[in-house]
Design a protein around this ligand. Structure first.
Ligand code: 1GP
Length: 233
């Protein structure tokens, strides 16, 4: 079964949880332990990636350790093409839809596409939209962030993603955001566009995750809260 189908089957039964693990932040062994612990807590899929410091070496070792320790599928989420490797189960082939830097819209993808084809790793196309405050990822990608109260604009981005043919959409407030994507925005996106909807950035409490779920998120992503709980050495 493809990773895409695995996620679609899970989503059909309700919202799922994705843990984001940054390969640069701990040893591969520790990443495996975290993934195993997260699986025990109900996590369904692991996203790996980070805004900087992701190398082929730390990414492949981390993906391998996560798969061995937890059995969960590992999807690469945002990284430079030279970090791609065959240990990954799938790659979000993503466009930062509101970036004004063509490297994050098309040019980086053109470099990555033949590498992904050669490796034989499953690509899952993803429209990625950055919402205020946006944090590091908004700065790195020069994104024109969608305001927290710009619900119509968010819906327009989601519709554009649908018309482009993306398989998944991800609305991101940025890792470590002080405000997650507002539930009203999630609800509006979900009622306008029937694509699997990923929501992340700034979700630190069960209440915030529950609010995203109730508003219509299909996949809720947490990163920082897992890092903080992991007691890194
Ligand atoms: C970042 O959406 C993810 O890409 C996770 O954000 O680190 O704030 O949980 P946090």
């Amino acid at each position: 079964m493809t990773v895409k189908q695995y996620m679609l089957d899970k989503i059909a039964n309700g919202t799922i949880h994705a843990a984001l693990i940054d390969p640069e932040k701990q040893s591969a062994e520790k990443a495996g332990e975290i993934a195993k612990m997260m699986k025990g807590a109900g996590t369904d899929v692991i996203f790996v990636g980070g805004s900087s410091g992701v190398t082929k070496e730390n990414l492949s070792a981390t993906a391998k350790a996560i798969k061995e320790a937890s059995g969960l599928p590992v999807i690469l989420f945002g990284a430079m093409p030279d970090a791609l490797n065959e240990e990954l189960d799938a790659i979000f082939f993503m466009q930062v839809v509101n970036s004004v830097d063509p490297r994050f819209v098309t040019f980086g993808q053109v470099v990555a596409a033949p590498i992904i084809a050669k490796l034989g790793v499953e690509p899952i196309s993803l429209g990625y939209v950055i919402v205020e405050p946006g944090m590091t990822v908004a700065r790195v990608t020069s994104a024109k962030v969608v305001g927290q109260d710009e619900i119509e604009k968010a819906v327009a981005y989601a519709l554009a993603c649908k018309m482009f043919g993306f398989e998944f959409i991800y609305f991101e407030a940025g890792s470590g955001a002080d405000r997650p994507i507002p539930p009203a925005m999630i609800k509006a996106i979900k009622s306008a566009v029937d694509l699997p909807l990923i929501i992340g950035g700034g979700i630190r409490t069960p209440e915030a995750a529950e609010a995203a779920r109730l508003a219509g998120a299909d996949i809720v992503v947490t990163g920082t809260v897992i890092e903080q709980g992991a007691n890194y050495d």
